[in-house]
Design a protein around this ligand. Sequence first.
Ligand code: FCB
Length: 450
Amino acid sequence: MTDTSFPTDFLWGTATAAYQIEGAVTEGGRGESIWDRFSHTPGMVYQNQNGDLACDHYHRYREDIRLMKAIGLRSYRFSTAWSRIFPAGSGKINPPGLDFYQRLIDELLAAGIVPMITLYHWDLPQSLQDKGGWKNRDTVKYFTDYAGTMFDRFCDRVHLWITHNEPWVVSFLGHDSGLHAPGIQDRKSALEVSHNLLLSHAYAALLFGEYRRAASNIGITLNIAPAYPNSDSPEDEQAARYYDGYQNRWFLDPVFTGRYPEDMLEVYQKQFNAPLVEAEDLNAFQKSRIDFLGVNYYMRKLVCRPEDKGELFTELRPNYPGVQFTDMDWEVYADGLYTLLTRIQRDYDPPVIYVTENGIACSDRVDDDGQIRDEARIAYLRDHFSAAHRAMQEGVKLKGYYVWSLIDNFEWAYGVSKRFGIVYVDYKTQARTLKSSAHWYREVIGNSGF
Ligand code: FCB
């Protein structure tokens, strides 16, 4: 018995995403994606870095699976690159793209590691962006076709499917702040995009019904940030409710209840004077169902009443004795994970939850003896695993936990300047080295707790 013991069949894993690790962007018939275009546009990514090579995982996946085995991982979450399967986003299938994922999946299964596929982790084929991207409703249909192609080929051996990773990020960082590809700055577009993403999720989940086998599961991954009011004044509390509506309920409600939250619909309709939703869309929301919810947790939000008129809230940087920030400048707040898991179980009651991402960027360095002593990462993971464990004690149906990330990788607009891996990557040689946290994680998995 350990202090914090987890079920023996708990899915301990790590997560990655195609553009962040694969490289080989012009190999195997792969088409251009919006992240290729964005990262090659001067000024968009730190030091104008790009994912052309990234971790060269396309060529080194066997070695990476050996690392997973050495750590004792039970599951591995990765994303498939749409533009490897459909180089132009729709139309002709590219068989070498499917073959690459076939090799990866078979190698994982041979190693006894359960694959979990994310279909969309932000790398839209550029040809579809040229036709309006996620603002164009046709993209919903193309996504569903792509999803169907993947189900058809792999549903016999892959039983955990995720339609989208963090549609909030795609919508608001991609189309409102413009910090991510495709770099658009227009809030109304961001809302339209969020709707089309949710709709494409619903249609793909409906289609999944045709491929469903006994053990098949489909879900969606949302990045949920519990919102805390800065004081108990009614204005600050309203600001926190709005933040929750903007980032969390706007995505959770359609998935679980088949409709958008009333308060947010009202606000957005006033702001943009646009009916966003057609009746048939709600029908699709209502008919689709998920088998699990994926939760990515990195931070909470501290908010107060809006400083600018016309805004709904103002975000604050937490400032209290002992507050800690990661290398991303994100506050470390493990209790937020407990709060959000118990809240989701209470308010939405998903059949199963997986933490599909959680982790920390640290300024890791290799010591003279070749070791990477990332004690801060171990402390972070221990505290977050404990928070998850506490939530499970209270009835949260958490069945697995995927640490972000297996290896250091291309962190979007930050390039390779941020290290999230439990395995260190030397980008000059592509050599991989297990950090202390990977050794620690192996113990946790082996002991089903700590
Ligand atoms: C999440 C993304 C993932 C990675 C982590 C740090 O928002 O899903 O790709 O960038 O943040």
